[in-house]
Ligand binder design. Structure first.
Ligand SMILES: C[S@@+](CC[C@H](N)C(=O)[O-])C[C@H]1O[C@@H](n2cnc3c(N)ncnc32)[C@H](O)[C@@H]1O
Length: 275
């Protein structure tokens, strides 16, 4: 049974620091995201769903892409995030963005009403992702595409030179997701889910990316773990000593010539609805 989510109670929380992290994360992943939107053919005049939009950093980009005659339907379970997006929308004059509060498992969408749909780092939180994929697939017009970005094999994340603490932390993160009802392996199921619901899936793009110390991609996990390591300790999934060793390893690699961070694999999928 899906966990009912009515507010701001999901795993990562929705406070100001998490919202800022999502803004940074969006910038780091914006070019990969735009490539997928291009593959999907999103463009002027389209009606596009941003499923689990959060504070809507991608919704704003989509609004520019579809233009004033298009429409972005931005849906999330967090009232706080939606209010934040509504403020940005109004400040930027992007009236084509419509915000809607909903629990994604209970989403009501008009059949064949969408020219495109997008869900980035959302399916991994859902207890029943297939129910949501099926619902979105029904809402797409023939020929329209669903773009999904999500994790598969999160535990492949690594530092070079190797950090054992990072491996323990990666396993703990995966377990924390499972306990909350989600899965950081959901990306491995997207292709099959698409096919079962009438979406023809192109070969996925993505995988692990190598980040050099100091780059934006390097800062991305640092920002996440600054808030998430204490949570893992609180949940009893790692010891305080593991968290300290993890931070020490990251600091040491930052100063080491030739060191790199291999990101957790993020995969991009484009599923096109069969006519
Ligand atoms: C990691 S954030 C990603 C936000 C945005 N897609 C992005 O890429 O920046 C995940 C979002 O999914 C929303 N979410 C997670 N589970 C949900 C559910 N069951 N119903 C509604 N929203 C949910 C959260 O509120 C949060 O805004």
């Amino acid at each position: 049974m899906a966990r009912e989510m009515t507010g701001d109670d999901y795993l990562l929380g929705t406070d100001v620091a998490e919202e800022a992290r999502l803004g940074f994360q969006h910038r780091v992943w914006a070019s990969k995201t735009t490539e997928l939107w291009d593959d999907a053919g999103f463009g002027l005049g389209d009606t596009v769903l941003d499923l689990g939009c959060g504070p809507g950093f991608a919704s704003l980009d989509l609004a520019y892409l579809v233009g004033p005659r298009g429409r972005v339907l931005a849906i999330d379970g967090s009232q706080r995030y939606l209010a934040s997006l509504a403020r940005m929308r109004d400040a930027l004059g992007l009236a084509q963005i419509e915000t809607r509060h909903a629990e994604l498992h209970a989403l009501e969408l008009e059949p064949a009403s969408l020219d495109g749909a997008f869900a980035r780092w959302v399916l991994c939180f859902l207890a029943e992702p297939e129910r949501v994929v099926a619902n979105v697939a029904r809402a797409l017009r023939p020929g329209a595409s669903f773009v999904v970005l999500d994790y598969y094999r999160y535990g492949l994340m690594a530092l070079s030179p190797r950090s054992r603490a990072m491996e323990r932390v990666a396993t703990a993160v995966e377990e924390s997701w499972r306990r909350a009802g989600g899965s950081l392996d959901v990306g491995g199921d997207v292709r099959a889910m698409f096919e079962r619901h009438g979406l023809e899936c192109a070969p996925p793009r993505g995988g692990p990316r190598a980040a050099r110390p100091g780059s934006a991609l390097w800062q991305w996990p640092r920002l996440f773990f600054r808030t998430y390591l204490p949570k893992l300790v609180e949940m009893g999934l790692i010891a305080r000593a593991d968290a300290d060793e993890f931070e020490r390893d990251f600091d040491a690699r930052e100063r080491e010539p030739g060191a790199f961070f291999l990101t957790p694999p993020v995969w991009g999928f484009v599923g096109r609805k069969r006519s």
